[in-house]
Design a protein around this ligand. Structure first.
Ligand code: SAM
Length: 356
C-alpha cells in the first residue's frame, strides 16, 4: 500500500497522535482527499427496489434521531469552508420523501454558496417540487430508472409507479435541470429492457449510465456469478445502436462513455465491481442519523450528531470528521486491499440505509 503522499501546499507537517498530518483537508492514510459529500436525509423510500431495499422497508429512524436542516447546514458549512468540499449530493432513502427537503436544500445552499448541490432521486413527486427546489438552490438531479416498461418497473421496484417517475423526469427537464442523468443498475433483470431505456434517454436528451450492481441489497441476494458484464450490455445495446467508445471525461471519472449513433447522446457504464475506482475515491458520507461513513463497505461510523447536540464546537466536529476519514479503509471495506479486487467486506447497512 502506498505510504501517504500529500504533496499539496495545504498540508502541514505536524502530526496528531494517530499519525494524521495537521491539515485542514479530509485526508486518509492512503493520500486520498475527500471533496465530494453525500448526505442521506432519510431512510424512507417510495419504492422498494429489489437490489437495495427490503420489501417491508428499512427500520424507521425516530424523527429526533435525524439530522435537522439546521444541523445539515452546519455540517455542510464545515465541510466546504474547512475541508474544501465542493460537491454536495443529497440522497437517501428517497430525499423527496423528507417533508423538509426544500428547507434542507436551502440550508445547504446558504452554507455552501459556491458548491454544486445535487440530488439522487427516484423522481416520484419531483414535478410538483422541482421549482421550489431549484429556487432553494438545487443545481442538478440524478434520477434512478431501471425500466421504461410499466410492468417490468413494478417488478423491479415492487411498486407500480412508473407514470409518477416519468412525470418527475419531465418536470426536471422542463425546469432546466439539464443534463438530467438517468442511473440504471446493471443486472440480469435490467438487461432485457436496456435498449428501450437507452431509446428513452436519447429521445428525452437524458444521459443514461448503467451502474454495476454491488452487494448492497438488503436481502443479500447478490452473487458475483449473476453479474452482467459491460461486454454483455454493449452487445445487447449494439443490436439497436451504433456505439463509439469515448473513454472517460478524465482518467479518474467512474463512468466510461460511448457515443450513441454518432449524435450528441452518450451512454455510460460505471463498473463499480469489475473496475474498482477506490484508489480515486474522493467521497465522504453522512448517514441520515448524522454518522460519518468513510466507505460504502466499512461499517465503522463516527457520530457527529451527538457532538452537534452536545454543544461541540466546529473544531470538535471537524476533528471527529477528520479522524473518521483518516481511518477510511483502502478498498471495499478492506484496509490493505483484498486479495481479489472484486471481493467486498460484508456490511450491515444496505445501500438505502447508507445513502447511495
Ligand atoms: N431513492 C433515491 C434513488 O432512487 O435514486 C436515492 C437513493 S438510492 C440508494 C441511490 C442510488 O443507489 C440509486 O441510483 C440506486 O440505483 C443505487 N443503488 C442502490 N442499490 C444499489 C446496488 N446494490 N448496487 C448499485 N447501485 C445501487
Amino acid at each position: 500500500m502506498p505510504a501517504v503522499s500529500l504533496g499539496t501546499p495545504h498540508v502541514r507537517t505536524a502530526v496528531s497522535p494517530d499519525g494524521r498530518p495537521d491539515t485542514d483537508l479530509l485526508v486518509d492514510r492512503f493520500g486520498r482527499v475527500a471533496r465530494d459529500l453525500r448526505i442521506s436525509v432519510t431512510e424512507k423510500c417510495s419504492l422498494r427496489c429489489t437490489y437495495c431495499m427490503p420489501a417491508e422497508g428499512l427500520p424507521a429512524i425516530a424523527a429526533d434521531q435525524l439530522l435537522t436542516p439546521d444541523e445539515i447546514g452546519r455540517l455542510v458549512g464545515i465541510a466546504t469552508a474547512r475541508f474544501g468540499v465542493h460537491d454536495i449530493r443529497l440522497t437517501g432513502g428517497e430525499p423527496l420523501v423528507r417533508r423538509e427537503i426544500v428547507e434542507v436544500v436551502s440550508r445547504v445552499r446558504a452554507a455552501a454558496p459556491d458548491a454544486s448541490v445535487s440530488m439522487t432521486t427516484n423522481a416520484i413527486g419531483l414535478d410538483k417540487r422541482v421549482h421550489a427546489l431549484v429556487e432553494a438552490g438545487l443545481d442538478r438531479v440524478n434520477i434512478s430508472l431501471d425500466s421504461v416498461d410499466r410492468q417490468h418497473f413494478a417488478e423491479l421496484t415492487r411498486r407500480d409507479r412508473l407514470p409518477a417517475v416519468l412525470a418527475g423526469i419531465r418536470g426536471a427537464i422542463d425546469a432546466g435541470l439539464s443534463p438530467v442523468k438517468l442511473n440504471a443498475v446493471l443486472m440480469p433483470e435490467t438487461l432485457r429492457g436496456a435498449r428501450d431505456l437507452l431509446a428513452f434517454a436519447v429521445e428525452h436528451d437524458c444521459r443514461l449510465r448503467f451502474i454495476e450492481q454491488m452487494p448492497l441489497d438488503a436481502d443479500h441476494q447478490w452473487a458475483r456469478e449473476h453479474m452482467v458484464t459491460a461486454e454483455t450490455l454493449l452487445a445487447e445495446l449494439g443490436r439497436q445502436f451504433t456505439l463509439e467508445p469515448l473513454g472517460r471525461d478524465d482518467p479518474s471519472a467512474p463512468a466510461e462513455e460511448w457515443r450513441v449513433d454518432g449524435g450528441s447522446a452518450t451512454v455510460g457504464i460505471i463498473a463499480s465491481v469489475t473496475r474498482s475506482f477506490c484508489g480515486d475515491c474522493d467521497r465522504t458520507r453522512l448517514t441520515a442519523e448524522g454518522t460519518v461513513r468513510s466507505c460504502l463497505f466499512g461499517d465503522a461510523e463516527t457520530d457527529l450528531r451527538g457532538l452537534l447536540r452536545g454543544g461541540g464546537s466546529d473544531d470538535d466536529v471537524a476533528a471527529a470528521w477528520q479522524g473518521a476519514m483518516w481511518a477510511k479503509p483502502w478498498s471495499h471495506g478492506f484496509d490493505t486491499g483484498a486479495p481479489d479486487p472484486e471481493t467486498f467486506a460484508p456490511t450491515t447497512r444496505s445501500m438505502g440505509a447508507i445513502g447511495g
